[in-house]
Ligand binder design. Structure first.
Ligand code: ADP
Length: 602
């Protein structure tokens, strides 16, 4: 199943469950319609039962009661069995929904253009849709079935009433119309309040995370901000609660007034129906069962039906979100495996020719006519102030954004002509916020080369070699199961590593990849300048002979590079080796002087 790019309508709440499980979906609809017909049949059965009973009092013949009694019993048994059957069917559909629809949402998510991930608004939408997609559709499905059920119930009873005394039916329609309008209006108001409350709730949820997450535990105790953040959390939570409470209060009052009115009207109907009974137009049995049914119906319309309508409005708004989600641009191949066949063509060069770039929906030119050429088997360092655009260059190179002007070429071929799978096979990147997988150490490293060999021993040896090169084998040997040790706290015997050790694991993952270009995008930002410099030097030594790009705003680490490119004002302002740039006495030299003390140099 795929999330189609289209406008989602209420009918999709029925279409999707039928698509994921046709038999159970259709069975559910039929069964619900059958259950909805029970009240009308019950009116017929009960009226016959009462009339026969009265007749038996006058003229005897006890046996005559049995047919109506059996009919009533069948109806009761059916409604009992069908409620069990319905729960079973619901479960089956839910399972299929999770398997098919939820997967489709996750797949669409993974194919989304990167700009949607970086944009706060679309990311919010993506998180909302991704939270409980199957449950939301099931809610909508149940809600539509409830509407169908009420429709069938109402129609059935209306038909009965029309067949007895037509004008009573008109009176009921008169009550229903204003009620439905009221219900739909309060549903909308409810949703608006709900979405405003949701905003505060999201902020409250974030603060709750700060208060309880493991990541912030050290800072929490160091800065002692728990009370302060707890107050803020309470404040947001209270705001959300008050908005919801107010909406519910109004709603409740509206609904209660409406139900009192309808209760009066149903009593009026019961009174009005008395005269046809007197005239013999309807039987006593029919009167009793019709009045009971009318009471039930009016009660359902005034209370349950309004709840159902509110749900309907809420669910329709979810469809709006789903429609927007389905419209989000996807990039072909972003969820595919790297196409390693491209690695057979030797990598020669990367070239930026006059590249201009602004992030979507922003004005500022981050790259402003940037040109440069990188060649195989050399080590490059991109340096420049924070925010100069160094990471942006790698985002363009790896195909995350393609709304740039100018040309980016790999081996003199436009990167727009490469597939996403091919681009992925070219680059191996360690980002600043690199992932820490709660898997074994070996698996953490091997994720960098998913298509590697299947021979366990060879794989183990490769991992060990890289870890030895990165000088953490001594740490690994102390781990209870060596490279097979689980990292993180998910498994009972899991071991957590220090920040610096995790960085080396991430770098090992980068190095094991067969991609021709290895990029380190400040994964060392959390380290002090001297340690960063040491780690970059080590990386430089290990990756000698490979094409590497180091990104850093701290120059000590850049020194080892064959060529340093200084990014400034969206262009490469200076370029050359360390000594050349110092002699040039420009931006680099100035930055180097300013940072010299970090490295204890005079
Ligand atoms: P560097 O890596 O040199 O520190 P970046 O390339 O990360 O700098 O960022 C360059 C500029 O682009 C910064 O001003 C940053 O605020 C801006 N920027 C980065 N990502 C986005 C984004 N997704 N949307 C808008 N602006 C962005």
């Amino acid at each position: 199943m795929k999330i189609k790019n289209k406008k989602y309508k209420a009918i999709d709440y029925i279409r999707i469950p039928i698509k994921v499980n046709p038999i159970m979906g259709i069975l559910m609809i039929f069964l619900r319609i059958a259950v909805a017909s029970i009240p009308s049949l019950q009116v017929l059965a009960t009226s016959r039962f009462i009339d026969t009973a009265i007749d038996i009092f006058e003229s005897g013949g006890m046996y005559r009661i049995y047919t109506s009694l059996i009919f009533i019993m069948i109806l009761v048994a059916f409604s009992w069995i069908s409620s069990m059957l319905l729960s079973f069917i619901k479960l089956r559909i839910e399972l299929s929904m999770n398997k098919t629809f939820r997967t489709a949402v996750v797949e669409k998510r993974s194919r989304l253009a990167y700009k949607h991930i970086e944009n706060n608004e679309t990311w919010d939408l993506i998180s909302r849709i991704g939270k409980n997609p199957s449950e939301q559709i099931m809610k909508g499905f149940r809600n539509l079935l409830n509407i169908v059920e009420y429709g069938v119930k109402i129609m059935g009873l209306m038909l009965l009433i029309v067949s007895q005394v037509w004008w009573v039916a008109i009176a009921i329609i008169g009550i229903a119309i204003p009620l439905l309008t009221l219900a739909s209006k309060s549903g909308k108001l409810d949703y608006e309040a709900f979405s405003t409350a949701q905003k505060y709730k999201r902020k409250a949820d974030y603060l709750k995370e700060v208060l309880s997450s493991r990541e912030s535990v050290e800072e929490r105790s160091l800065f002692g901000y728990t009370q302060e953040i707890a107050n803020r959390w309470l404040n947001r939570f209270e705001l959300a609660r008050k908005i919801e409470y107010k909406a519910m209060k109004h709603n409740f009052l509206r609904m209660k007034t409406a139900s009192i009115l309808t209760a009066f009207l149903s009593m009026a109907i019961a009174l009005v129906l008395l005269s046809p009974v007197n005239n013999g137009m309807i039987t006593v049995g029919m009167y009793i069962s019709l009045v009971t049914a009318a009471f039930n119906l009016v009660q359902q319309m005034s209370w349950q039906l309004s709840v159902v309508m509110q749900e309907y409005v809420k669910n329709k708004l979810y469809l709006k979100d789903l429609t927007r989600f389905s419209e989000l641009e996807e990039i072909q191949g972003v969820d595919g495996l790297p196409d390693t066949s491209i690695q057979k063509i030797p990598f020669e060069s990367i070239e930026f020719k006059n590249v201009y770039f602004s992030y979507p929906e922003t004005e500022k030119k981050i790259l402003n006519g940037l040109s440069m050429r990188l060649e195989r088997n050399k080590q490059y360092a991109f340096v420049g102030k924070n925010g100069a655009g160094k990471t942006t260059i790698t985002k363009l190179l790896t195909g995350l954004y393609d709304n740039y002007e100018g040309e980016i070429l790999i081996n003199d071929r436009n990167i727009r002509d490469f597939t996403q799978e091919e681009l992925k096979a070219y680059f191996s990147v360690v980002y600043q916020d690199f992932a820490k997988y709660h898997l074994s150490l070996k698996e953490n490293v091997l994720l960098g080369d998913c298509g590697g060999t299947k021979n366990q021993q060879i794989e183990r040896d490769r991992v060990k070699r890289i870890l030895t090169d990165l000088e953490i084998m001594d740490v690994v040997e102390r781990l209870p199961k060596g490279i097979e040790t689980s990292l993180g706290k998910l498994s009972e015997d899991g071991v957590d590593l220090s920040g610096g050790q995790w960085q080396r694991v991430a770098i090992a993952r980068n190095l094991i990849s067969k991609a021709p270009i290895h990029i380190l995008d400040e994964p060392t930002a959390a380290l002090d300048p001297v340690s960063e410099s040491k780690l970059y030097k080590l990386f430089g030594k290990v990756s000698r002979g490979k094409t590497t790009i180091l990104i850093t705003h701290r120059l000590g680490a850049a020194r080892i590079a064959d060529e340093i490119l200084v990014v400034n004002d969206g262009v490469i302002a200076e370029c050359g080796c360390h000594e050349e740039l110092i002699t040039e006495d420009g931006i680099y030299a100035e930055m180097f002087k300013a940072q010299r003390s970090w490295y204890h140099e005079k």
